[in-house]
Design a binder for this molecule. Structure first.
Ligand code: MG
Length: 387
């Protein structure tokens, strides 16, 4: 079976408004990674030889490109309903005509490494056309009847998850036949409607569907629990004042009677923080990754350095869990800009703001910062790697 050609369709065309936050939920970051990117990364890890296509919303191509980084899967635009989006994705695979397709929801990032092998086995050895992971209902159930809630049996009820796996040609035919027909809430139902032979395999409790805002907190907890190797990195940087009328601190332009001298934008806060992130994974320092003599970094916005450091953490399947920056200067005053700096760092790292801290202090007019010759910054970063 492992030699079979396998396609994976990741359905991410919904608006996902229930989760709040402005962006469709599949693009909201969880510990530095947009939900869809996390789902695709897990698909690729579970099925390294599979070809992946994402089905996205008609207005989302720019958001998709920004979210998926290097090596994004091919994408197609979805339809008005989930069912039509799946059909659009299947049609995109038609020319290649894989043997098997797994149809997956972007909102279920976890569990595929356990469920995919069972699904493929059910088709290869079980002789089924389609299979889906499912778990029995363990809570007691009640059915609402008017004002009353009467007991209902859970004995024969199962919760069905994704990915759902199918022989490609029959599921494409089934979806074509069912196009425009409502009431079929998942692909297993579409298959069943067409008379295909389906089964259920054991699901995974971690394969939660991220729907509401609180689900992001639960997913965050699951991702942290997978990463028990906790590292703390430290960074320190100094830049001298020079000609100018503003300084850039933690990604925020702050008007001042001087600028900061440096090859890049001289953002002393983001430089210290970049070194802290690199330090947490033992990956040398900012000067090794971004040599000051390199013309590419002349006047560069320093968020690129921090993003690159964070991507090295992601490449090791780690997460940046918390960062803390202390700026040291007599002037300019940091307080009025602290909230903007916190928000900017949170945005760069894809973290919630409660995982970012920006502080400031003077040195009581002592030393070079006390003499207003420049600004210093200290930072720590807490990184969690897989245990
Ligand atoms: Mg520097």
């Amino acid at each position: 079976m492992m030699s079979a050609s396998i396609a994976v369709l990741v359905v991410a065309a919904g608006k996902g408004e229930r989760a709040g936050g402005g962006l469709p939920k599949q693009y909201r970051p969880v510990l530095g990674m947009p939900l869809l990117a996390l789902s695709v990364a897990r698909v690729r890890r579970a099925l390294p030889d599979a070809r992946v296509i994402c089905v996205i919303g008609a207005d989302d191509s720019a958001t998709y490109a920004a979210a998926m980084g290097e090596n994004p899967p091919q994408w197609v635009i979805g339809g008005a309903t989930r069912q039509l989006s799946v059909l659009a994705g299947l049609e995109a695979f038609d020319a290649w005509s894989p043997e098997i397709v797994l149809i997956h929801d972007a909102a279920r990032p976890l569990g595929i490494e356990r469920t995919a092998p069972a699904l493929l086995a059910a088709i290869a050895q079980g002789g089924f056309d389609g299979a889906a992971p499912a778990l029995p209902v363990v809570d007691s159930l009640r059915r609402r009847e008017g004002d009353a809630f009467t007991p209902a049996s859970r004995a024969d009820l199962w919760r069905v998850q994704t990915p759902q796996a199918f022989r490609f040609a029959p599921i494409l035919a089934a979806h074509r036949a069912a196009a425009g027909q409502g009431g079929l809430t998942d692909d297993l139902q579409v298959a069943e409607h067409a008379g295909l032979k389906i089964t259920l395999v054991e699901g995974d409790e971690r394969s939660m569907k991220v729907t509401e805002a609180a689900d992001f907190d639960r997913l965050t907890g699951l991702l942290l629990a997978e990463r028990g190797d906790i590292r703390v990195g430290h960074g320190y940087d100094v830049h001298a004042f020079g000609p100018g009328d503003a300084v850039t601190l933690c990604g925020v332009r702050v008007p001042h009677t001087a600028g900061l001298a440096g090859h890049s934008d001289a953002d002393v806060g983001l430089h210290a923080l970049t070194d802290a992130v690199l330090g947490a994974i033992g990956a040398e320092d900012i000067g090794a990754h971004f040599p000051p003599g390199d013309a590419r970094w002349k006047g560069a916005a320093s968020d690129a350095f921090l993003r690159q450091a964070a991507s090295l953490v992601t490449a090791r399947d780690g997460v940046v869990a918390h960062v803390d920056v202390t700026l040291v200067c007599e002037a300019p005053k940091v307080g009025p800009h602290r909230a903007a700096m916190t928000a900017r760092i949170a945005e760069i790292l894809g973290l919630s703001q409660d995982r970012v801290s920006v502080k400031a202090t003077t040195t009581e007019k002592l030393g070079f910062t006390g003499r207003r010759e420049g600004i210093a910054a200290y930072a720590t970063a807490t990184v969690r790697l897989p245990s």
